[in-house]
Structures are given as C-alpha cells and as structure tokens.
Design a protein around this ligand. Structure first.
Ligand code: KMH
Ligand code: ZN
Length: 272
C-alpha cells in the first residue's frame, strides 16, 4: 500500500436525523460535541464534520450553538472543523448558511437536489452557487457533498465559474435512499469523473459504512464514518463515534496505509 497519500478520517459526529432515542451515544450539547471530537481525534480522525442541536435535541443551524460547539472542540484538540451547510431538510438557505459566518476551516456544499428517504434535500443550482459565493467571500473551503452522479458536473461548473478555486475535495455520500447506491462499481464510476488532482472521501450509509470505508482505504481515497451516517458497530450493537473511527484506523494499519494528523490533512487539502 506504500505510495498512497496518508488517510484522512472524517468523523461525522452528530448529523441532523439521528436522535437520542436511536442511540444514547449521540452527542448533542456543545460540550458533548467537543468531547466526541476529542475522542474521535484520539482515535485517528483529522476532520470533525459537525451539525448542532437545540436544547430539545432538534437540528438547528444556530450560529451561536455552532460557535459554542467549535469552541468546545478547539479547546480540546487541533482537529479540522467542518460545519454543515446542509443542515436538515426543509431549512431555508439563510438558515443553513449561518455557521459559515464563523469562518471555519471547511464547510460542506451539496451541489444538487436529491430524494432523501421520504423527504427532498432541496438544492437548486442558483442556491448552490450562492453558497459557493459566500464560502469564497469568507475564505471557507468547501467539501463537495455528492449524493448522486450528476452532482459532480455541477460541482465542476462552480470551478469553471471560479466560485471554487484551489484544491478540490469531494465526499461521495453513498447509500442514502433516493441517492446513489453504495457499491464498488458506483464508486469507481465516481472516481473516474474527478479531475486528477482532486481528493475524495466516502461516506457509506448504515451497514455500507464499513465496506465503503475498506474500499476507500484500499483505493487511495479517504474515509468518513460516524453516527450521522451509521449508529451500529455491527448488527444489533450500537457504536460510539470513536469506535467507528478506531476501526478505520485499524483497517488502514493492516493495509499499511498511514493515517494523517490534522496538520497533514491540512497539507493534503491545501488548507492554510
Ligand atoms: N442532513 C442532510 C439533509 C451536510 O451536512 O452538508 C444534509 C446533510 C449534508 O447532512
Ligand atoms: Zn452532515
């Protein structure tokens, strides 16, 4: 496996859909998110992808809650903070964009609309362009969230239009009901569509998280795991965020692929 760049593990700690009823391990308060980020960092994660929740545990894009969560993370560890601009389905663009104004190192940017279970995750291109424009203005590095194949050309259109410049990083979100399936064949097709210098990571949903992670490690991509996408370690056994990260670190170790520290990840991703 020598020759592949170091592996960036992203921990998607919270998300917008999973509840405490689903798993007691879900971090909800800013302090819990800070602690979960530190544990994920210790297990090998170099990026924390975060959402925040209100006092009742409901998803929100509150700037103040993001600010508090980021503070709790940064006082504990040097992990890269990537905020969500996806938020939850049915949130307005204004609401979703709030955390960007805190100028985190990274933010997600979904480049198209997709069915999302029984809901629709609505991202018309004019709005996507507006998100990219705002990220450029505030110097926040986007990670393109690719739920379906057509979202790659949409992302490349933003590059052509110069709303996104510098290093390009994609997250293939695979196995969302309504989005593209989590299969090896689909993954190869996606990789094939990227410019050669771009980097990519894979977030497999539910039981696909483990298999897609193993494929990404072997193929030279990067990996996203965490409770946002999957709450189980194995069938019937709930996981913590750190356990999911640690398992990917061990797989990488067995395949002789080194795991990147946050600073090494910053270099790979062209962050300052
Ligand atoms: N919660 C999903 C509707 C992102 O973080 O950018 C969108 C999402 C993507 O989670
Ligand atoms: Zn998310």
């Amino acid at each position: 496996m020598k020759g592949l760049e170091k592996l960036i593990i992203t921990a998607a700690l919270v998300g917008a859909e999973v509840t405490r009823k689903d798993t007691p391990y879900l971090p909800i308060t800013p302090k819990e998110i800070g602690e979960a980020a530190m544990e994920a960092y210790r297990a090998g994660a170099s990026i924390a992808h975060i959402h925040v929740r209100d006092a009742e545990g409901k998803p929100t894009q509150s700037r103040e809650l993001y600010r508090a969560a980021i503070e709790e993370i940064q006082k504990r560890c040097p992990i890269i903070v990537q905020v969500s601009t996806g938020g939850a389905v049915n949130m307005s663009a204004e609401e979703r964009l709030q955390p960007i104004t805190l100028q985190p190192e990274m933010a997600t940017l979904t480049t198209g609309t997709v069915n999302f279970g029984g809901d629709v995750f609505y991202n018309p291109f004019a709005e996507v362009r507006q998100f990219a424009e705002k990220m450029k203005e505030l110097n926040v590095r986007p990670e393109f969230e690719i739920f379906d194949t057509g979202m790659i050309p949409a992302a490349l259109r933003l590059v052509e239009e110069k709303w996104v410049t510098g290093h390009l990083h994609f997250d293939f979100v695979m196995g969302v009901p309504g989005g593209m399936p989590a299969t090896a064949k689909h993954l190869l097709l996606l990789i094939d569509q990227l410019p050669p210098e771009a980097t990519w990571t894979v977030a497999g949903m539910g039981r696909h998280q483990l298999t897609m992670a193993a494929l990404a490690v072997a193929l030279g991509g990067h990996v996203r795991v965490g409770l946002e996408d999957n709450i189980y370690y194995r069938k019937g056994e709930l996981a913590t965020n750190a356990q999911l990260v640690d398992r990917v670190r061990r797989i990488a170790c067995e395949l002789e692929r080194e795991v990147a520290t946050p600073d090494e990840a910053r270099k790979i991703l062209g962050l300052k």
